[in-house]
Design a protein around this ligand. Sequence first.
Ligand SMILES: [Ca+2]
Ligand SMILES: [Ca+2]
Ligand SMILES: [Ca+2]
Ligand SMILES: [Ca+2]
Length: 308
Amino acid sequence: MKSIFASLAVLALASHLATGQSVWINEVLTNPNGSDSGAAFGNEYFELRGTPGLALSGYYLLSLEGQGANTGDINQFFDLGAFSIGANGYLFARQNLSPYVATAGGATVIENTAGQGWGLTGASTVGHSGDGTQVDWENSASTILLIQKGAGDAPALTTDLDTDNNGTLDLPAGWTVADSVGIMDSSSANAADFSYGAITLRVGELGSSLEGVIVQVPGTPPTSAGAFYVGRKGESTGSTADDWMGAILNGSSAAPLDITFAYSSDEAFVGKKTPDMVYGGPNLVPEPGTLALVGLGCLALIIGRKSR
Ligand SMILES: [Ca+2]
Ligand SMILES: [Ca+2]
Ligand SMILES: [Ca+2]
Ligand SMILES: [Ca+2]
């Protein structure tokens, strides 16, 4: 018995080493309905998932520009070095005076308590740095990049990760990318936009990515233009349409707990609300759609008839 457990431990370690990864981007709300970081409340958030208790020393969460002459520039970043993944395997980060207080037990919850939104460079209590007075996530086209700097230099707001603007990343020495997702919501209106994510969730078929999978989100924004969410399905680890979903949001900044996925790259999420993804806990794994159930029913019927 002992040797079985030893073998399992070796296998687990081998698979960890094979992926080189023990922390993932799990949810990002960069562009909620209405004002993104008002004085009264801040409705943006992000969630990471990883090895329970993992210290995030050397980890940074970056937002890269995807438009115009500055594509690849680090618009803002979070230095996560002071934080650890929670005992339940989650870290939930929220803005000052966030409405998302119902968080899962065991999660690390970090909140900026110094000034609006994510806080100004040097003042933020969640390690946020942004250009000038920027205290909310830059909206699309953008790429959210989770990196481990290793022996390399720490990110700086002036760092350009696509120095030749050819759509592929030119990473500094020592850095490894733990996870990445590209966001092209409907406020992105240029076919020349780039993202650099292992997956990109995109509205309106505008913009491209040379780095990974592009997944289309159908529909048009019912209210505030651009409001958009990306998250993993359940506890996925890959970067395909089976792992991630993107959604156009409908709702009001004054009632953030009622913000609904109006359109989604996976229709099983349509009509669900952002709290259904659990702040600091496992994301929703939706039931199969009605059509899929009908299909399964037909299959069962056919198999039943054949066996008779
Ligand atoms: Ca924003
Ligand atoms: Ca390049
Ligand atoms: Ca560039
Ligand atoms: Ca979650």
